[in-house]
Design a protein around this ligand. Sequence first.
Ligand code: KG4
Ligand code: ZN
Length: 337
Amino acid sequence: MAKDVYILAIESSCDDTSVAVLKNRLVLSNVVATQKVHEEFGGVVPELASRAHQKNIVPTLDKALKDAKVNLSAISAIAFTKGPGLLGSLLVGVSFAKSLSLALGIPLIEINHMEAHILAHLIADGSVEPSFPFICLTVSGGHTQLVKVSSPYEFEVLGQTIDDAAGEAFDKIAKIMNLPYPGGPVLDRLAQKGNPTRFQFSLPKTDQYDFSFSGLKTSVLYFLQKEMKKDDAFIENNLEDLCASVQKAILQVLFVKLELLVKDTSIKRIAIAGGVSANSGLRALLKDKKQQGWEVFVPDFSYCTDNAAMIGIAGYYKYLKADFSDLSVAAEARLKL
Ligand code: KG4
Ligand code: ZN
C-alpha cells in the first residue's frame, strides 16, 4: 500500500492568512485568519496585508498543527501559493514555506492559486466530485475565469475578464451605494428582498467567452448620479431593488458566457469556485440549470473563499508526480493559469 502523504499548505495571496494540513485528499485542519484591518479603508491595503500576514502566520501554523493533531516531523512536503496575488502578501508565505522546507529537509511545492481554487473540488469531504472533463467558473474578488479541466494537471482557460473581476464588480458597486466592505455578501443579502426587474443596466459586448464588468459599474454610477439630482435619498429609498437589479445584471454577464460555452463544448458538468460562489442568486440560477440537465458542483463554502486546504489538495497532486520546486522559487504577482 502506498505511504500516506501529509501536506502542510500555506496561503497568503491576499488578505487571509491560512494554513492547512492534509492527509492525502483529506483535510485534517484548515485554519484561516481573516484580516479585519482593511474594513475601515473599504478595500485591501497591500502594505497592511503583508504586515498582518507576518503577525498571523506563526499562530496560524501552530493552530493548524494542533487541530490536525500532527507534528511537523510527520509532514511529507510544504505547499505554498506562488501567485497570483499581492506581491508583499505572497512574499510572506513564500519565505515562510522555504524556511520550513529547509529546516525540515522536505520538498517544497509551488502552487498556482487559480488552479487550487479549481482543485478544491477534489478534496475528499464526502461530497460528489466532478468527473473529467468539467468546466469551472472561478469567480472571486481578483479573478473571473472559465476553465476546461481535463485532469488534475490539465487546465485550459477559455475565457476571462478583460477588466474587473465579478467579486470586484459586486464590491465596487456596493461601495458606490455606500455599503460596507466587502460589499458582495451585503449586496446579496439586500438583493434577496428586492425586485430584480425594477432597474435595467446595459450588458457588455465581449469576445467569445470573455467577461467585462467595468462598463456595468460605470452605468450604475451614472444612473445613480442622475437619480440623486432629483432625490438625494434615492439610494436609501430603493436600496433593495437596486441591489437585486445589480446582482441580476452581474449574474447575467456570467451566465450568458457560461451557457454559450456549455452549448459549444457540450460539457454539462459545471463546477464553481471562488468567493462569489457563495452568492444566493448564482446558486439559485445553477439549481435551475440542474433541472435542465447540468451537473452542478459547488464546494463547501470554507473551500470557496481563500483557504489553504485548496493549496494542500493541489500540493498533493503535484507530490504524486514529484513536481517539486527548489529554493530559488520566487513569488509571482501576475502568475497565469
Ligand atoms: O475568493 P475570495 O474569498 O477572495 C479572492 O480570492 O478574491 O472572494 C472574495 C470576493 C469578494 O469580492 C466578495 O465580495 C465576494 O467574493 N463575495 C460575494 C459573496 N460572498 C463573497 N459576492 C457576492 N455574493 C456573495 N454572497
Ligand atoms: Zn482566491
